[in-house]
Design a protein around this ligand. Structure first.
Ligand SMILES: Nc1ncnc2c1ncn2[C@@H]1O[C@H](COP(=O)(O)OP(=O)(O)OP(=O)(O)O)[C@@H](O)[C@H]1O
Ligand SMILES: [Mg+2]
Length: 428
């Protein structure tokens, strides 16, 4: 389940290097600061020679490159359930912490190298440059985090993970703002999408990695195994998101929409002759093992799109947006499957928009109307960044699920989500 601790418990490489290279005490923070384009370049030559500075910088580069080329441990739902509940042994906690630390180093280093692969004109953009600086700062922090040897160290490491998440909380609006300014002007559209696709996917994995360890140590609910909620109430999640979207719509349009939820739970049961028969349980709560944050993002974004379409196209209030939630077992793969269909009557998506709707930064919101769009702190915008559909698809695909859109221009849109849960062979 974990990487053997002998492989990952090692001295912090940054310290080793600086200790070897300099007879005097070297200010590593100053070196990272000098690599950071967002801060004023302060020369380290006041305390160390040019040659020493050069050696340290190139050694740091080597460290970053070394981590960036390593494969990271993939997070899979099957792996998550194997943690087997909240009662982790001390050994398991320490091992999970060191695995998380190593994965964060690798994923963060990959982001740095990836941003640096962009053309100079692109990296000069202040929002993209700030994103790079934040990755550099978090690289500094995780490289100087000592290996976790005790449970007390693991509790300290939770704070490192929380700080890591805080630092990157605004990453998507920031990057989105930067790319909106350069796409097509300084960097071709296709290259921008390719970059964002990889970057955002690995950023989600990085966020999940840190969040998973925080939740392993402090589960948010009794049914959580790290980030995986083994008994997530799906219709409750949909209702909560619909209420939230209605609040946003009331603020923006002074209008709201009605939602209708239908649920079908399919399972087999023995009949009186001891034969398997398929039962459909309708309109009861559906519980499914999944990651709350991932599904919450998708449902929120898809409902925002449908509510916006209804309100902006003056669809009568009586016409409800319909959500159908189906759960069944894929007997061959032995996994539970969740299907969610969101159907609206908001006029559909025109063919030209359909060609681009998954493209990052593509939106039909007029730019003068986008004052709240990048306000991730308040999360008040209904639409406008052009990331909702594309990122929702990425969120579904990360755990082997799918998202696709069927739109009937002039009538409405159906969005289909299919998610696979962890294998039932791991269930108790
Ligand atoms: N259900 C829908 N009905 C009509 N048009 C839709 C629907 N869903 C998506 N679209 C169209 O696809 C475009 C892209 O959607 P997407 O969610 O990616 O971005 P957005 O809603 O403009 O901004 P945000 O990043 O805030 O979600 C939208 O601007 C809209 O024109
Ligand atoms: Mg949207």
């Amino acid at each position: 389940m974990f990487i053997k601790s002998s492989l990952i418990i090692r001295r912090a490489p940054l310290r080793t290097l600086t200790n070897n290279l300099s007879p005097r005490k070297i200010n590593t923070a100053a070196i990272f600061q000098s690599l950071d384009p967002s801060t004023e370049l302060k020369t380290t030559s006041q305390s160390i020679s040019f040659e020493q500075d050069y050696h340290i910088r190139s050694s740091l580069e080597k460290i970053i490159h070394r981590y960036a080329t390593k494969p990271y441990q993939k997070i899979t739902l099957n792996k998550l359930v194997q943690y087997g509940g909240t009662n982790l042994s001390d050994e398991e906690i320490i091992s999970a912490a060191n695995e998380t630390l190593l994965n964060l180093k690798i994923l963060n280093a990959k982001r740095l190298i990836h941003i640096r692969s962009l053309p100079y004109m692109v990296v000069l953009n202040p929002h993209i440059s700030l994103s790079y600086s934040l990755y550099l700062r978090s690289m500094r922090e995780i490289l100087s985090t000592p290996p976790v040897l005790t449970v007390a160290d693991a509790l300290e490491f939770v704070k490192v993970c929380e700080d890591f998440l805080d630092k990157h909380a605004d990453a998507i609006p920031r990057l989105s703002k930067g790319f909106t300014e350069i796409i097509g002007k300084y960097y071709p559209k296709a290259d921008s999408f390719k970059f964002l696709d990889i970057h955002l996917r690995e950023r989600i994995i990085m966020k999940l990695t840190a969040q998973h360890f925080i939740f392993l140590m402090n589960p948010p609910t009794a049914t959580n195994i790290g980030v995986l909620d083994s008994n997530l109430n799906i219709n409750q999640l949909v209702k909560q998101q619909a209420d939230f979207v209605n609040e946003l719509c009331n603020m923006k349009y002074m209008k709201n929409c009605q939602l209708e939820i239908e649920t079908n739970n399919y399972y087999t049961s023995k009949d009186t002759n001891n034969n398997d028969s398929l039962i459909v349980e309708r309109n009861k709560d559906i519980y499914f093992p999944f990651i709350y944050e991932n599904l919450e993002y998708c449902i929120l974004e898809l409902l925002k799109n449908s509510f916006r379409a209804h309100i902006e196209n003056d669809v009568p209030y009586e016409n409800k947006i319909k959500v159908i939630i189906n759960k069944y077992i894929d007997e061959d793969a032995n996994v539970p499957i969740l299907q969610i269909r969101i159907s609206d009557q908001g006029g559909g998506i025109d063919p030209e928009t359909q060609q681009q709707m998954y493209d990052f930064s593509f939106t039909t919101v007029k730019s003068e109307d986008d004052s709240d769009v990048y306000d991730s702190q308040n999360n008040r915008s209904v639409a406008g960044m052009g990331y909702g559909l594309g990122l929702s698809k990425t969120y579904c695909q990360i755990f082997d699920g799918s998202l696709h859109v069927e739109s009937y221009y002039g009538y409405g849109t159906d969005v289909y989500i299919k998610l696979k849960g962890p294998s039932l062979s791991y269930a108790n």
